[in-house]
Design a protein around this ligand. Sequence first.
Ligand SMILES: *Cc1c(COP(=O)(O)O)cnc(C)c1O
Length: 414
Amino acid sequence: MSHFAYRNETLHAEGVSLDRIAAQFGTPCYVYSRSALESAYRAYDEALVHRDHLICYAVKANSNIAVLSVLAKLGSGFDIVSGGELARVLAAGGDPHKIVFSGVGKTVEEIRTALDAGILCFNVESEDELARVNRIAGEMRRVAPVSLRVNPDVDAKTHPYIATGLKDNKFGIPFSAALPLYKQAAGMKHLRVVGIDCHIGSQLTEIPPFIAALQKLLDLVDRLATAGIEILHIDVGGGLGIRYRDETPPPIAEYIRALTTCMGDRKQTIMFEPGRSLVGNTGVLLSRVEHLKHGADRNFAVIDAAMNDLIRPALYDAWHDIQAVAPRRTPTRRYEIVGPICESGDFLGRDRDLSLTEGDLIAIMSAGAYGMTMSSNYNTRPRAAEVMVSGNEMHLIRERENVAQLFSSERLLP
Ligand SMILES: *Cc1c(COP(=O)(O)O)cnc(C)c1O
């Protein structure tokens, strides 16, 4: 993570020290590096130069409109899962013709709004949804572009909560049902079949499951061609993992090479829906130590960030590196890094050897994906500020919430 590095013994985001950011905007605070984000996008884009391709960033990983606009300016498309995300992408200047709409529960209103915006395609997840999209498109006198999200039944070998490509998961159309459903779709008056897609899970660190899924898709594409149904794009989903600790995911270019090799000389546009691998290592959560509790068995560092700010450790037992912003030379102790929330699951890191004093700043690394977007107001905690650094400049891209905002839409009984 060269975009976050020590200079003069202080951790910096690009050219700005994290203690300056804390002094200006307070903590907890998410800090992103614009150049890290741009490099990650370019790693995808450059590996795909020889192919017709579209990268649709999975908005749910980090949906701040500044993040979306940096990617939109680079030519990125977007993978959305709600009408809310559609609104964000449009507000950020994203091109509607580069939006794909995924998700198992698209509402009538969401489908209408997306059709109206002129999105690239609906990634349809069930027979029921297919009929609904057809009906709404008919009512609007439109033709809806659709892709079927096929569930290839491959084991992504990741955490069970983020594996989505097994036949027991709620996602996608069972592989064996896909061909008949495509035939049905091709006969529906208000639909145009344009693509095929899949997404088998998240934080995958090996290439073979991606290849297995793509091969099944290609097999289906051939059978569809025989049946007279032409597929224009093949969307392989997202899911490439990042290094949090000692994982060794393949570099983006290697992953792309493996998949494009598998595509051979096919002419379809290849599409990707990366989330975590674009933004995960472009952000940190900056927090301050409130209290130290040194016990007989355990030492606790109670910090001002908590599971409401970053839920991954509590939810998936995920490991994030934790670094002191200005490391001390005094001997370390082994700490449980915990938040102030009334839950024993409220920890950000366990068994961390650090030298800490009350008031010290720490950075929870690799927090750019599924950090802010999964945050909540549990314990009536205002959500953190977000800052994006670009070179020597820092920009506040989301103000810290205040307590009054949190209950301003609530009402007392008469
Ligand atoms: C979450 C999701 C993604 C992105 O997954 P990452 O692991 O963040 O790359 C892509 N496509 C779909 C359909 C998703 O649900």
